[in-house]
Design a protein around this ligand. Structure first.
Ligand SMILES: NC(=O)c1ccc[n+]([C@@H]2O[C@H](COP(=O)([O-])OP(=O)(O)OC[C@H]3O[C@@H](n4cnc5c(N)ncnc54)[C@H](OP(=O)(O)O)[C@@H]3O)[C@@H](O)[C@H]2O)c1
Length: 352
């Protein structure tokens, strides 16, 4: 175990109490309580969950249903992000950002005055917009790319508000469904041209990545530290870009992409994406992009992608985080992206 700090003073702030934030918070706290019960000590951090919504009291109970179906509940500290201004809690030893990509600048504005440049901050967002944006503002940056799946049960959605008559000792319950187990890669962000790359084995970001992988493994996640998180993020982006904009635009489940008229569109999207990635020197997966995308569509046939759910709910989507980096890279290399550009324009205008 790569110990980072005195466990008594070891606080992890998870900012963004949505599906992924709750999954991570509940799993870590459950593992910490189990370790404390069995060994009376734990190197896992205490978790403070920070969100925008006020809750009843300074703690919440997370009710998590696992993919194998049993449900467990854990209590943990909760604050609204606004309270950082008035009474900042004890400094964190690490911060995980689990908002959507477009939420990161707003969070950063509130967070930056309260943390030191040494605090490791980990981005959990899909796409590749929040990470380079934050890398320009914070040196000790880590990124995670995960294929874990989680969603919020409707009855305890992200917008749950306290009951008018609830008291401070009645904790608000927030649900989360861990839909499917996956794999997580975590690594230090490496800025372009950074000779003393953050991925250097002795850099503070690299050390933080090792510690955080330990936390995640102890919490039951399959996790690997990687010296090249950017390639992992590009790979996840490529798959998301081939599937999510199409299913969101046509309001279909992933599996319908195998049928006409969508199958030829998937092939065109993959051709456009792989040309951009080739031009950028991002290695293709063994077996090629078409085969990998088809495999993911098969494995997620019944899913409604989060971009589709956002469109249906009238919420902002992550289309900029996913298609934006491809469009900018294509422009630099003089490549045309007729289908992806069209999807970007369609999804960037408010959907009805
Ligand atoms: N869910 C998955 O299975 C999954 C898997 C892999 C990667 N990801 C990635 O993980 C990221 C989060 O996804 P998600 O599914 O967890 O989204 P989500 O359920 O929408 O959660 C986002 C959370 O961030 C909160 N938030 C937004 N702005 C905030 C702010 N300024 N301060 C504090 N909290 C704020 C939102 O609160 P409000 O209720 O106030 O809006 C919401 O609770 C996305 O980039 C997604 O692509 C998700």
């Amino acid at each position: 175990m790569h110990t980072m700090t005195d466990p008594e003073d070891n606080w992890l702030w998870i900012i963004g109490p949505g599906a992924i934030g709750r999954l991570l918070a509940a799993s870590l706290m459950e593992a910490r309580q189990r370790e404390l019960c069995e060994h009376e000590t734990s190197a896992l951090p205490r978790v403070l969950l920070l969100g925008r919504q006020a809750m009843a009291g300074q703690a919440v109970v997370l009710d998590m249903t696992t993919p194998e179906s049993p449900t467990f509940s854990v209590k943990l500290n909760y604050s609204t992000i606004d309270t950082l201004q008035d009474s900042p809690p004890r400094k964190p030893s690490a911060i995980w950002l689990t908002t959507k990509a477009h939420g990161v600048p707003g969070v950063w504005q509130q967070l930056a005055p309260h943390i030191t440049p040494e605090t490791p901050v980990t981005c959990w967002q899909n796409g590749l917009s929040a990470q380079p944006w934050l890398a320009e503002r914070h040196a000790n940056l880590l990124c995670a790319s995960t294929t874990e799946g989680a969603w919020l049960p409707a009855e305890t959605g992200a917008n749950a508000t306290p009951d008018a008559d609830s008291t401070a000792d009645e904790f608000q319950h927030l649900g989360v469904q861990h839909a499917g187990r996956g794999h997580t890669w975590l690594g230090a962000w490496q800025s372009d041209g950074d000779g003393d790359g953050d991925g250097e084995p002795d850099s503070q970001s690299h050390q933080a990545a090792l510690v955080q992988c330990d936390w995640l493994r102890a919490a039951g996640f399959a996790c690997e530290q990687t010296p090249d998180i950017q390639t992992r993020l590009w790979h996840k982006l490529a798959i998301n870009a081939a599937i999510n904009p199409l299913v969101a635009r046509y309001r279909i489940r992933n599996g319908q992409l195998r049928d006409r008229p969508f199958a030829p569109m998937v092939r065109q999207a993959v051709e456009e994406i792989s040309a951009v990635l080739d031009s950028e020197g991002i290695p293709a997966p063994r077996g090629g992009w078409q085969a990998l995308v088809e495999q993911v569509i098969r494995a997620t046939a019944n899913n409604r992608a989060s971009m589709l759910q956002d469109v249906l709910a009238g919420r902002p989507t992550e289309v900029e985080a996913i298609l934006g980096p491809l469009r900018r890279t294509a422009a630099r290399h003089g490549l045309a992206l007729p289908l992806l550009d069209d999807l970007y324009c369609q999804l960037s205008t408010p959907q009805r």
